[in-house]
Design a protein around this ligand. Structure first.
Ligand SMILES: Nc1nc2c(c(=O)[nH]1)N[C@H]1C(S)=C(S)[C@@H](COP(=O)(O)O)O[C@H]1N2
Ligand SMILES: [Mo]
Length: 214
C-alpha cells in the first residue's frame, strides 16, 4: 500500500528529528500495561462484529475425535501463554513489543485429537467472511496462540474480541480476528488474502520495510 502524502511527510519529519525522538510519537514503544494502538484495524467484511461474552462460542469440528464447543469462560481458563511479539502487516507497518496472552495452539490441538487424515487447521471468523489456514505443523509451532488478551486486557472489539489467532512468525493476515470456528481438514481452503495472490506460507521476510524507518 503506497504511503499517502501526509504520512510520507510524517516519516520524513521523523528522519530529521532522528531516532532518539521516534519513540515519543509512535505506537512502537507501547507500555506493557497499555493496549498499543495499531495503525489499522482491518475488517475485510466491512464491519467489526459485536460479540457478547455470554453468547460467544468457539466451535471445533472436522477431522477431530469429536466436535467440541467452548464458552469464553472455558477459553479464558486455558489462556495461560504470555508472549511479547512484533506484529507485522504485509503492507509495511509493524507494532513492536505487543504483549499477548492466549491459548497455546499446540496443546489445544492435542486436546482435540486430530485424526490421522487431518493436515490443515482452518480458522473462521465470526464476521462470516474472513478465513485462513495453517498446516498442522505450522499451527503447532512455538508461540502460535489463540489470543484472548493484549497488554493484560481482553482484546479490543476492533482487534478481534474475544478471540484471535496470533502467528508471530507470519504476516498479520494469517492472524484471523473474531475466531469462532476451528476446523481440521485434509484439504486447504483458499484464504482471504491468498485469493489476492498472497502466500499461504506467509513467513515474515527480513529486510527493508517502510516501518523500519520509524
Ligand atoms: N476477520 C479478520 N481478521 C483479520 C483481518 C480482517 O480484515 N478480518 N485482517 C488481517 C490483517 S491483513 C492484519 S495485518 C491483521 C491486523 O490486525 P488488526 O486489525 O488488529 O490491526 O488482522 C488480520 N486478521
Ligand atoms: Mo495485513
Amino acid at each position: 500500500m503506497p504511503l499517502s502524502r501526509r504520512s510520507f511527510l510524517t516519516h520524513s519529519t521523523g528522519l530529521f528529528l532522528g531516532a532518539a525522538s521516534a519513540s515519543l510519537w509512535l505506537p512502537a514503544a507501547a507500555r506493557a500495561d497499555t493496549i498499543p494502538v495499531f495503525p489499522e484495524y482491518y475488517t475485510y467484511a466491512g464491519f467489526y462484529p459485536k460479540i457478547e461474552a455470554q453468547d460467544y462460542r468457539l466451535n471445533c469440528d472436522g477431522l477431530i475425535a469429536a466436535p467440541r464447543v467452548f464458552t469464553l469462560e472455558q477459553l479464558y481458563g486455558l489462556s495461560k501463554h504470555a508472549e511479547v511479539e512484533t506484529f507485522h502487516c504485509v503492507t509495511g507497518w509493524k507494532v513492536h513489543h505487543v504483549a499477548w496472552r492466549g491459548i497455546d495452539l499446540a496443546s489445544f490441538l492435542d486436546n482435540l485429537r486430530p485424526t490421522a487424515a487431518a493436515r490443515y487447521v482452518v480458522f473462521h471468523s465470526a464476521d462470516g467472511v474472513y478465513v485462513d489456514s495453517l498446516t498442522l505443523e505450522q499451527a503447532r509451532a512455538p508461540g502460535v496462540i489463540l489470543a484472548t488478551h493484549i497488554a493484560g486486557q481482553p482484546l479490543l472489539r476492533k482487534g478481534g474480541y474475544p478471540l484471535r489467532l496470533l502467528v508471530p512468525q507470519m504476516y498479520g493476515y494469517k492472524s484471523v480476528k473474531w475466531v469462532n470456528r476451528v476446523s481440521l481438514s485434509a484439504v486447504r481452503p483458499e484464504g482471504t488474502w491468498e485469493r489476492d495472490g498472497y502466500a499461504a506460507n506467509a513467513y515474515i521476510r527480513k529486510g527493508f520495510s517502510w516501518s523500519d524507518l520509524l
